[in-house]
Design a protein around this ligand. Structure first.
Ligand SMILES: Cc1cc2nc3c(=O)[nH]c(=O)nc-3n(C[C@H](O)[C@H](O)[C@H](O)COP(=O)(O)OP(=O)(O)OC[C@H]3O[C@@H](n4cnc5c(N)ncnc54)[C@H](O)[C@@H]3O)c2cc1C
Length: 409
């Protein structure tokens, strides 16, 4: 007999995983169908709620009326972010910060990135040009350029450990072993550290990263922090893995790496999606569905000569109609109107201009999100993932009550 999930989530990024965790905690049977790794694996791992201004939560009020943050109230945003903080803490990846204050974390280019919730391994991060850092690098490591940092923070020093050809991912795995950590610590102690802070690329292991950072701080008697590197990013992958672990623990079934070939609908309901598979296609049935396939980078939207398309349900997409108006003059700051593209939803996160009752939408695929323009990537995905999950719960409850009524009648 085929399983019928309570909720099938299409897309396993920040939005889809957040929704899965909330629904799993409510005791629902959840499946995630996801084609590939989400953008969080390329990200710094820091949670941008709104990068413009000092107070992200206050800044939300000033966003244009059509921004999806306005579909929920301030209390909901706080609860959603609080829930995120408790989930990652339970998974051994504690975060620090508040949605009421932005901060700067140092990037490999020596400049500060504005964000508000940071992994504990970045708590001491500073982009202050006057700061005295002892920067550690690894010879043979691509994707990390300490020269930029030293040029912008001239009071800082550099030590380089000879390692042969390494990547951030392979270094993170080495840091998880006691032998390598002991060797690294004895090398570090042999360098002449005068600076107040120690900064190194984000490679301090996977699940053990917070403990490894604590050990370095204890033995070197000064704050240590990680600098996020170019993709693939270890802190981004750590965050993704922590959320996947949590979802698995709650019983979420993952269907990974397979594109959706067909969608089955009956009247106003989506009933199933079918996944391509080398044998026979896999049918994933659900009572409700959440679309969280991301924007252009995630693959949820594609553009072609005739316009912009949503690839799974072929929902109506809102976008600037004239192609000549899709892009701005400058690459940065990102003022490209095509960033407005996405799915318009009602207050329950159901797609507008369709009659589908059991489909909800979350994350960067929402119209007018403008994630790059406003610096609200993971924050918006977390908040709208929670909101779509809440709408799904209300819908399924309402349905169950309707069923009970019709059975009693
Ligand atoms: C390079 C880069 C760095 C960033 N860094 C940060 C940062 O440091 N902090 C921050 O807050 N924000 C950052 N952002 C923004 C942030 O990553 C995203 O806005 C947010 O994570 C989007 O989450 P999402 O769940 O909506 O979508 P996505 O992460 O795009 O996830 C969509 C998922 O759906 C899957 N999918 C797509 N199409 C299909 C299909 N047809 N069938 C099945 N599955 C499908 C994809 O494979 C993917 O797993 C960054 C963005 C980029 C591009």
């Amino acid at each position: 007999m085929e399983i019928v999930y309570d909720v099938v989530i299409i897309g396993g990024g920040m939005a889809g995983l957040t929704a899965a965790i909330r629904l799993g905690q409510a005791g629902l049977r959840v499946a995630i169908v996801s084609r590939g790794d989400p953008i969080v694996c390329l990200s710094t791992g820091c949670i941008d709620v709104l990068a413009s201004g000092e107070n992200p939560l206050e800044g939300v009020e000033k966003l244009p009326e059509n921004h999806p943050y306005h579909l929920v109230d301030r209390e909901f945003i706080k609860e959603a972010l609080n829930h995120f903080l408790s989930v990652v803490k339970e998974e051994g990846l504690p975060y620090d910060g508040t949605w009421e204050k932005n901060r700067k974390v140092l990037t490999p280019l020596g400049v500060g990135k504005t964000t508000c919730l940071v992994p504990e391994t970045m708590v001491a991060s500073t982009a202050d040009g006057e700061a005295r850092l002892h920067v550690i690098s690894f010879a043979g490591l691509k994707d990390f350029y300490p020269g930029y940092i030293l040029a912008r923070m001239p009071a800082s020093d550099l030590s380089v450990l000879e390692m042969g050809r390494v990547s951030t991912m392979s270094l993170a795995s080495r840091f998880e072993t006691e032998e390598f950590l002991d060797f690294f610590l004895s090398w570090l102690k042999s360098t002449d550290i005068k600076a107040d802070l120690i900064a190194l690329p984000a490679v301090l292991g996977w699940q053990k990263a917070p403990a490894i950072k604590d050990r370095l701080e204890d033995e070197l008697r000064r704050p240590v922090f990680e600098i996020p590197t170019l993709p693939p990013s270890v802190p981004g992958i750590r965050l993704h893995r922590a959320l996947v672990r949590k979802a698995l623990r709650l019983g979420t079934q993952f269907y990974r790496g397979r594109p959706i070939s067909t969608v089955e609908k009956a009247a106003q309901l989506v009933e199933a999606v079918t996944l391509e598979s080398p044998g026979r296609p896999i049918r994933v049935n659900g009572r409700a569905f959440i679309l969280a396939t991301g924007s252009f980078v995630g693959g949820g939207l594609i553009s072609h000569r005739s316009g912009v398309e949503e690839v799974v349900f072929h929902l109506p997409v809102s976008y600037p109609v004239d192609r000549m108006n899709w892009f701005g003059e400058k690459f940065l700051p990102p003022e490209h109107p095509i960033e407005e593209a996405g799915i318009l939803v009602d207050g329950e996160f159901r797609p507008k201009n369709t009659d589908l009752e059991n489909l909800f939408v979350a994350g960067s695929i929402l119209a007018h999100s403008r994630v790059l323009r406003y610096g609200c990537g993971h924050g918006l995905a977390i908040v709208t993932g929670e909101a779509a999950a809440s709408s799904c719960l209300r819908y399924l409850k309402w349905q169950a009550e309707g069923d009970t009524c019709s059975k009693t009648a």
